[in-house]
Design a protein around this ligand. Structure first.
Ligand code: 5GP
Ligand code: MN
Length: 323
């Protein structure tokens, strides 16, 4: 079996606890938001109380933001289990971490590079293409009926983290059985594609165009460096800064092996997003870890304090050994 059996001690938690706090990482993406919703659907079916938390900001799936609180109240936390999804690094809970740090914690995640000391119970599998597929294993193990709502959310998270199936590797093809189950339970492939790719507004495309125009191609066009700016943030606003579309465009260039995107946040630090081509041997996850960030082999990120110019030089030099 591709997905390991969930430990009985972990499954028992769903019997022992009556209240739950669900949380994912700050700057949530499709997989994070969908995993949170997937767990809430599981708890609903089990007749449990829960609250959804996220530090935000929501730049994706903004229509679902209203489901999430920024802070739990004392009653919601009392005698509750914290379930952390799509994150195993405490710092990535952002401003919410301080409210939940003393709670008993179960982590469900597909990032292997997290804090070893974070969490009391863990179901972490780096080989899983999405966290939502790990959440699905809880439905199966607890014999909980997968509602149409849950199937749609879990399939959406899988679709966003795999770039709509494109990033699945040979070993991961086993998961198609699980994906089939979600489709059987009501997820619609064509609707999901439409939601992912055909809902852009003009600003999102113009933002990507501005970045590509400024992109710097180095090392025989193998590495691309893209710099976001305060000007672009003000012009297009964070909700329109869709970097996935940027990566798709740049990785479609034959020579390009990897991308460094340096995002402007406040002038004192930058957020870096790294990508490498599917068949490339550039482990951007390892590079991100060397800056205390994390992610996967071909997609990773981190924050770096300092000026943009210096930061870019430092990050660029880390790629040298691969190019
Ligand atoms: P993105 O570039 O889309 O923000 O992130 C790509 C991947 O890297 C995702 O799996 C994301 O969770 C991970 N990632 C991004 N930023 C960080 C970070 O600061 N720390 C860790 N541990 N992972 C990150
Ligand atoms: Mn994920």
């Amino acid at each position: 079996m591709f997905f390991p059996k969930i430990d009985d001690n972990i499954l028992k938690l769903f019997d022992t606890y009556d209240k739950f706090v669900i949380i994912g990482h700050e700057n949530p993406d499709g997989d994070c938001i969908s995993s949170s919703i997937g767990v809430s659907e599981l708890l609903k079916k089990l007749n449990k109380k829960y609250v959804l938390l996220n530090a935000g900001p929501f730049t994706k799936e903004k229509d679902l933001e209203y489901l999430f609180k920024k802070e739990p109240n004392d009653n919601e936390k009392k005698d509750a289990l914290l379930i952390v999804v799509d994150c195993s690094t405490s710092a990535r809970l952002g401003s919410c971490y301080k409210y939940v740090k003393d709670m008993p914690t179960l982590i469900i995640d597909h990032h292997e590079s997290g804090d070893k000391s974070f969490g009391d119970y863990k179901y972490i599998l780096g080989d899983s293409p999405s966290t939502t597929l790990l959440v699905l294993q809880f439905f199966k193990a607890l014999n909980v009926e997968i509602s149409e709502e849950a199937a749609k959310a879990l399939f959406f998270g899988f679709s966003t983290d795999t770039g709509f199936f494109r990033f699945l590797n040979k070993e991961q093809s086993h998961v198609l059985n699980d994906v089939y189950l979600l489709v059987e339970k009501g997820a619609v492939i064509s609707d999901t594609y439409d939601k992912m790719f055909n809902q852009n507004n003009k600003e999102q495309k113009l933002y990507v165009a501005s970045l590509i125009k400024k992109a710097q191609f180095i090392n025989d066009d193998k590495l691309v460096i893209v710099r976001d700016s305060k000007y672009l943030l003000n012009k297009y606003k964070s909700a329109n800064r869709d970097s996935d579309a940027l990566f798709d465009q740049l990785l479609s260039i034959k020579s390009v092996q990897a991308i460094i995107l340096c995002k402007y946040i406040n002038g004192k630090e930058n957020v870096f997003s790294l990508r490498s081509k599917n068949n490339s041997n550039i482990d951007v996850g390892k590079i991100a870890q060397s800056f205390n960030g994390g992610g996967h082999f071909h997609a990773a990120g981190f924050k770096l304090k300092g000026t943009e110019k210096q930061n870019i030089e430092i990050v660029k030099s880390k790629f040298k050994e691969y190019l």
